[in-house]
Design a protein around this ligand. Structure first.
Ligand code: NAP
Length: 255
């Protein structure tokens, strides 16, 4: 059964830039009503004004997803304004760089708070609304790096692997209630998070792939052939990359 977008309510976190902003625009083009959340309210308001000018119904709410009260107030605001929700896009994220052997625990905690605990809590708060619709979605913006952790990004990769493990449990538990789960795995994308050098795709390309995956009812969206390949040959590739990393370390290219 195809997902009909017109008139559906979508909540997108991390909508102030990058992939979240592109998702918001893509959903608006498909006729959705939107709740947009992020910390930078000036950027959210600018996006809301742009979309409202196109006739889209928008709620823009400043929200730090790591703050309990902000998440509670966001879910409440969606219920009060729209009376329901059909798509929750847990997209907000941060990327902290550091070596696995010496990065302070605090950095791991901060990354986990934003990328893992916040989407879990927001999902739990939104589930009653999502379950009231015959068909609804929770989308998690993961990463190709959920499949393969790389040197220097251990904390970030761990958050995405953990998020995918949570998403799998949620999918199995909610399938009988009409709530479906999408795991979105972008490749290197040209956003504020990583800059624009040597990126594989634009945020607009990621958003279109995500929306097509939702439309088609798919549970996973590997955004490039590299990520798809990684998903299929995960284990042999892991061994090859471990070997390559060892070589680079021996030659002094990595600390
Ligand atoms: N770019 C890539 O190469 C890439 C690859 C794979 C996966 N991803 C994932 O894609 C998602 C979007 O990232 P992006 O690439 O679009 O980067 P981005 O442009 O930096 O966007 C990150 C978004 O998350 C929001 N955010 C961060 N911390 C937040 C917090 N505490 N509370 C509320 N919102 C918060 C930011 O908004 P404010 O700063 O205004 O709060 C911003 O809108 C992330 O989950 C990221 O891990 C990105």
């Amino acid at each position: 059964m195809r997902f009909e977008w017109q008139g559906k309510v979508a909540l997108v976190t991390g909508a102030s830039s990058g992939i979240g902003q592109a998702l918001a625009r893509g959903l608006a083009r498909r006729g959705c009503k939107l709740a947009l959340a992020a910390r930078r309210s000036d950027r959210l308001e600018a996006l809301a004004a742009e979309l409202k000018a196109q006739g889209v119904e928008v709620l823009a709410q400043a929200c730090d997803v790591t703050v309990d009260a902000d998440r509670a107030s966001l879910a409440r605001a969606v219920e009060e304004r729209f009376g329901g929700l059909q798509l929750l896009s847990n997209n907000a994220g941060i990327l902290l760089k550091g070596l696995a052997g010496q990065e302070p625990l605090e950095a791991f905690r901060r990354n986990m708070e934003t990328n893992y605990f916040a989407p879990i809590d927001l999902t739990q708060r939104c589930l009653p609304m999502l379950r009231r619709s015959p068909r609804s979605w929770v989308a998690f913006t993961s990463s190709g790096l959920a499949l393969r952790s790389t040197p220097g990004l251990g904390a970030y990769c761990a958050t995405k692997s953990a998020l995918e493990a949570y998403a799998e449990s949620l999918r199995a538990e909610e399938q009988g209630r009409g709530v479906r789960v999408l795991v979105l795995r972008p490749d290197l994308t040209a956003t504020d998070m990583v800059g624009t050098k040597r990126t594989a795709q634009s945020p607009e390309q990621v958003a279109e792939k995500a929306l097509k995956a939702l439309q088609a009812g798919r549970g996973t969206c590997n955004c490039t052939w590299r990520v798809a390949l990684l998903a299929h040959i995960h284990e042999p590739l892991r061994q090859a990359l471990d070997w390559g990393t060892q070589r680079l370390m021996k030659k002094g290219y990595l600390p």
